[in-house]
Design a binder for this molecule. Structure first.
Ligand code: KIV
Length: 284
C-alpha cells in the first residue's frame, strides 16, 4: 500500500518544473554545478528550457537591459510580475526565481510576505530573491515560514548602488569580507534555500560556499561557488560596449542583429524582399 501511495504521489507531481529546490540542494551535495541565467520573456524561456538551464531569474536587471534605466531602482513589482508570467508560460523545465524590486520588501516583513506572495500567485514564480543580510533577516524568515522560498543575494547588491558608490566589487578588505560571511550565515539561518554572491573576491566566494549548506550561485564571485548566473544579454553579446571581467560572451548577437536589420533594409530598398516565394498568389 505504501509503495502504491509513493508511486501515486510521484506520478501526480507532473505539472511542476523538473528542477525543484530539493534537486538544486542535491546538486550541491553531489558537487554538480547549478546553471542559472536571467530571462525576461516566453521566447527566451522556451529556448533556455531546450538548453536545460536549471534556473531562470526574472531579475530586476531588466530595468537596465530591457527598459534602458541606469540602474535597477525604478523597476516595479507589477513589471516583474508581467515579465515573470511570460517566462512561466514559456518554461516547463526550469526553476523560476523572481526578484523583489527595490522598496517592495525592505520596509517590513509584512510588506515582504505580501509582495513575495504576489510573485508566486500572480507571476508564477517558484521562489523570490531579495538583496541584503542583517536588515532583511526577518523578511527572509517570515517569507520562508509562509512557504515562499527565498534566494538571498549578498556582496555587490545593485539595489544599494548609491550606498556602494557604484557597481563595485565588495568584500575586498578583511572587515567587509567578515561582514559578508556573517550575513551569509544569517541568511541561511533565517531560512533561505540558496544565496547569490555577486561581485566578491574568489576566495570569499569559496569560503562562503564551503561554510554554507545551502547552494551558492555566483556572478563575478569566482570559480568555486555551487553554481553560476549571468545576465542573458551579456552572454549573448547584445551590448558591444559592455565587457566586464566576469562576463564571457558566447556570441556577438548585437552585431549580428545590426547586420540582419541592415540586410533587410537593403533588400526592401532594392525591391529584393519580398520575392516570388514570399507572396500570396491569387488562387482560382
Ligand atoms: O537582476 C539580476 O539580474 C540579478 C543577477 C545579476 C544576479 O540579480
Amino acid at each position: 500500500m505504501l509503495i502504491r501511495a509513493a508511486t501515486f504521489f510521484q506520478e501526480s507531481n507532473m505539472s511542476g518544473p523538473s528542477i525543484t529546490i530539493p534537486a538544486l540542494q542535491q546538486k550541491k551535495t553531489a558537487g554538480e554545478r547549478i546553471t542559472m541565467l536571467t530571462c525576461y520573456d516566453a521566447t527566451f524561456a522556451r529556448l533556455l528550457d531546450r538548453a536545460e538551464v536549471d534556473a531562470l531569474l526574472v531579475g530586476d536587471s531588466l530595468g537596465m537591459v530591457v527598459q534602458g534605466h541606469e540602474n535597477t531602482l525604478p523597476v516595479t513589482l507589477d513589471e516583474i510580475i508581467y515579465h515573470c508570467r511570460a517566462v512561466a508560460r514559456g518554461s516547463s523545465h526550469a526553476h523560476i526565481v523572481a526578484d523583489l524590486p527595490f522598496m517592495t520588501y525592505q520596509t517590513s516583513p509584512e510588506q515582504a510576505v505580501d509582495n513575495a506572495g504576489r510573485l508566486l500567485k500572480d507571476g508564477g514564480a517558484h521562489a523570490v530573491k531579495m538583496e541584503g543580510g542583517a536588515s532583511i533577516r526577518e523578511q527572509i524568515r517570515r517569507c520562508s515560514e509562509a512557504g515562499i522560498p527565498v534566494m538571498g543575494h549578498l556582496g555587490l547588491t545593485p539595489q544599494s548602488v548609491h550606498k556602494m558608490g557604484g557597481h563595485k566589487v565588495q568584500g575586498k578588505n578583511r572587515i567587509q569580507a567578515e561582514k559578508i560571511l556573517t550575513e551569509a550565515r544569517m541568511v541561511e539561518e533565517a531560512g533561505a534555500y540558496s544565496l547569490v554572491l555577486e561581485g566578491v573576491p574568489e576566495a570569499l566566494g569559496q569560503l562562503i560556499t564551503e561554510e554554507l549548506s545551502i547552494p551558492t550561485i555566483g556572478i563575478g564571485a569566482g570559480r568555486y561557488t555551487d553554481g553560476q548566473v549571468l545576465v542573458i544579454y551579456d552572454l549573448l553579446g547584445m551590448d558591444p560596449d559592455f565587457q566586464p571581467r566576469f562576463v564571457r560572451r558566447y556570441m556577438e548577437l548585437g552585431d549580428q542583429i545590426v547586420d540582419a536589420a541592415k540586410a533587410y533594409c537593403d533588400d526592401v530598398k532594392h525591391g529584393h524582399f519580398p520575392n516570388d516565394h514570399e507572396v500570396f498568389l491569387k488562387t482560382g
